[in-house]
Design a protein around this ligand. Sequence first.
Ligand code: ZN
Ligand code: ZN
Length: 344
Amino acid sequence: MPVPTTMKAAILRSYYEPLDFIDVPTPKPANDEVLVQIEASGLCFTDVHIWKGEHAPPALPLIMGHEGVGRVVALGPNAKRFRVGDRVGIGYVYGACGHCRNCLTGGENYCPDFEATGYSTQGCFAEFVCLRDQWANKIPGGVELVEAAPLMCAGAAAYASVKKTGVQTGDTIAIFGMGGLGQYAVQIAKLMGMRVIAVDISTTKLATAIELGADETVVAGDRAGENIITLGGAHGCVNFAPVTATWPIMLDACNPRARIVLTGVPAEEMSFYTYQVVERGLSVVGSSASNRQEMNELLALAASGQVKGVINKVPFEQINEAFNALTEGRVEGRTVLIMKSGEI
Ligand SMILES: [Zn+2]
Ligand SMILES: [Zn+2]
């Protein structure tokens, strides 16, 4: 099929305004880029922060979106890694310098010069997108299209966080916050052979965590840390809840030398007595997005068909309604835009 000269795209022109859903010229792949026809595109809360100007992009107008999945339809003159027809995923990291200390040691997502899809480059709320072939993620056959889209950001962030705990097979991870990332983390930690304690204030969400494979649940509250210790304590904790209330619980719940991984970002400061961390030799680590190796590992796990999200499918042309629902907190799970009507 020849690539059409124009495509539908949802464009952010000014903050807090509905996205402009119009026809724009289809981009052409330059140099090492591939042109991907997007089939499914996930909405992420980072898009809401960009839309509000809280995480202001370098320039407007902008096509947001960094959870895209689609097929390669054209190759730039120096793109060698893919063939037309290959199915690829597009995540938050569009590219990085490739030669700084971070890039050379598995920390490309912390490169000071990293570019973000749908933020510093045009993203996936469009029928087509260009990306650099070295940064496209090959989607294995076992992963369903709609399931693959949210893995590109939410799933990858959850995977990288779980991995950073360093929890060994058979040891215990406590996962705080059973929203989208927490739900992925439970499934991923189980596939990695960990014993999982799910923690949330909502008993409904904890019931879902059990369905997803959690071994134990603890309601977040005054005695939560003690309750986790009674269950044997945690060898690692991950926090996805954007609140500070989980922090003292995690400190109480840790076994000696446990690692606490912080992924959710509360607006307030957190405090602690240094002694609590020193005495038990705890580590506290931050985690943001993922590198390509972590993405490949996640996709390999997901090829088993055992990493599933709670997904709402929405036709692309209803992006503004879907975006409002996300902004107003009316969405359970992840929203995925389906680009071709008739495929829902
Ligand atoms: Zn995201
Ligand atoms: Zn770099």
